[in-house]
Design a protein around this ligand. Structure first.
Ligand code: G1P
Length: 309
């Protein structure tokens, strides 16, 4: 009889649930220049919140209350955003603006935020490697700020659950058309016998393009990784684009024993793209109870009168 919480069948260590999230936020945001010349791309607003806040709220919603932002030069605004703003709070309180005060205070109380600087832009794998000291020897999530995924989808929670159950890294994949296979990491794997939405991934390749892609299943910006990923990152040589790719480190991990992928079919926006940024803004606005009713009326009117081009 086993007296502890080891799963002897699988010969795995104790099951540990991820509670930390890492958000790489050192990128230059060139796709949105000149808006990002003097402010981080993560601070671009979607309605009345900066983009990064949605991502941090998603982490908090999945029970990840310790968030490490991997930043770089020119990213001070991120630290200020998640910090207390004593002066502002005092002014709002004095003016009786309780709603705004609550909104401002809620941001600094969302999660415990920590910061580490990447120093050199050596790639996503390198950025995640910078989190090693903070994360230590436990599973953790990685959320890419360009990917906006509705918290109500429950994707991250599902991934945290699977990582805890299997003690394997978990990624999220979506089906994309052939022309997009040069923009993403692409995976190869077999469907889980019990759950058709889960894959056992044995191989993956970073931005292969149609000719070399093993499937149409592309990695989107949510990962829950077991801590052995750090050794794999340390052993990963520069790959595509001369950068240390997270995909290459996960591929090494998957070759030891397949990792898991969740096939996601919900709504996801790449807000680093202007088209998706617009779509996300419109969708968020039309769903909001304070803005939605009036905005939807405008949209209906606007599309009725939209000239054909
Ligand atoms: C990164 C990853 C890629 C993944 C993508 C998801 O690429 O390297 O594997 O598919 O994020 O958005 P990036 O968009 O940073 O070039």
């Amino acid at each position: 009889m086993t007296l502890d919480f080891y799963d002897s069948r699988q010969k795995k260590g104790p099951r540990v649930r991820a509670r930390k999230a890492v958000i790489p936020a050192a990128g230059l945001g060139t796709r949105f220049l000149p808006a990002t010349k003097a402010q981080p791309k993560e601070m671009l607003p979607l309605l009345d919140k900066p983009a990064i806040q949605y991502v941090v709220e998603e982490a908090a919603g999945a029970g990840l209350d310790d968030v490490l932002l991997v930043t770089g030069r020119g990213k001070r605004a991120l630290e200020d955003h998640f910090d207390h703003a004593v002066e502002l709070e005092r002014q709002l309180a004095a003016a009786g603006k309780e709603d705004l005060l609550a909104a401002v205070q809620a941001v600094s109380r969302l999660v415990h935020t920590h910061y580490v600087r990447q120093g050199q832009p050596l790639g996503l794998g390198h950025a995640v490697g910078c989190a090693r000291r903070h994360v230590g020897d436990e599973p953790f999530a990685v959320l890419l700020g360009d990917d906006l995924i509705g918290e109500e989808e429950g994707l991250l929670t599902q991934m945290v659950d699977i990582c805890e159950e299997t003690d394997r890294s978990v990624i999220a994949v979506m089906e994309f058309p052939d022309e997009d296979l040069g923009k993403y990491g692409v995976v190869a794997g077999e469907t889980d016998a019990d759950d058709p939405s889960v894959l056992h991934v044995s191989d993956m390749v970073e931005k292969p393009g149609k000719a070399n892609a093993p499937s149409n299943l592309c990695i989107i910006g949510r990962y829950v990784l077991t801590p052995d990923i750090f050794d794999h990152i340390a052993a990963t040589r520069p790959g595509r684009g001369g950068e240390i790719q997270l995909t290459d480190a996960m591929k090494a991990q998957a070759r030891e024993e397949p990792i898991r992928a969740v096939k996601f079919s919900g709504v996801r926006y790449d807000i680093g793209s202007k088209q998706d940024y617009l779509r996300a803004t419109v969708e968020l606005a039309s769903r909001r109870s304070d803005l939605g009713p009036e905005f939807r009326e405008f949209l209906i009117d606007f599309t009725k009168n939209l000239p054909q081009q």
